[in-house]
Design a protein. Sequence first.
Length: 373
Amino acid sequence: MTCTHGRECVPRARRFPGAAAARHGDTVRARGQDLHSRKCPGAGSRPGIPLARAPESGAGSAVAWPVPAEARPALDAAPSETYYDLPVVKVAPWRWYVPAYFYAGGVAGAAASLAGAVQLSRDRRLHGLERTLHWLAMLGEALGGALLIADLGRPARFHHMLRVLRPSSPMNLGTWILSAAGMTGGLALLGNLRTDRTRPRATVAGIASALAGTMLSTYTGVLIGNTAVPVWHATRHRLPPWFAASSAAGLGALLELAAPVAGAEARVVRAYAAVAQAAELAAACGVEHAAERAGVASPLHAGRAARLWRASRWLGAASLVATLWPWGGRTRAAIAGALGTAAAVLSRFAIIDAGRHSAADPRATFAWQRAGG
């Protein structure tokens, strides 16, 4: 169909079902509304689809839609590297339960792993330390389960995750890991309480608890690294080792608060705490370096997350110095344990808060994706 302007048009009856078609230039009535005649589309447009004309200056100029002048986007002022500075990634709606769960679950997993190592050593001088580790693992796993259920909102949601096993979902695997760690940790503690032996002995429940505890202290790093949050995804290869080292450092701090100041147990606890704290500081530097290389380290350098991050680093360094201090006895151990515990807790809140700030920064998202991250 060709109109008087020499261009092909599509009848209005095809575009508006039920509308009465009329000759070009006439007025038609469709669906109770008056549709006034419009000129055919300009060159380069698709047939039958009218082009929206940009507002023209001057009185009496026609506009295609009633957009107020103050609401029209200023194309010359719009940022070219983002979409009008709007966030692209949704911020994780996690409350304080999640970083607290990361801390409790990590310490519990590290305790179960160290208890398995003590069992394999078969050193009778470490029998009391093994029982303490089993208690810490069981209490941490129970507290972690309660915090996770509180974050989910309903206990039924935790149960529903156990109905299927999805290896592609870190959250689903995490639920299974926490459940396995709790079950094997309870069996290991029960076996330790029911047997009256003078030296640690490797058991099936103890070794299974150590394996589940190792995964429990690291899977949370895999969980947040599997998201689209720039600072988490850019450091996804460094987060699991850092979570493992931070969990071990938190456990070492708690043991220094509870373990005796003399004997074989005290020497093992002191050496474990020093190595774990040094590993945590090195792994934290690796996380920050990876974020800087990807260009998404701004949450670790400015803002509330940066203050928490720096505070955890300084507290961890002070705890390491107190652990290695040759004098002080019980006072030294208490100071080192308190500083190490504060560092482990603050580091969990710092990494979660850094993820929130990174998700709210559209420039970090676009820059990281354009760089092929």
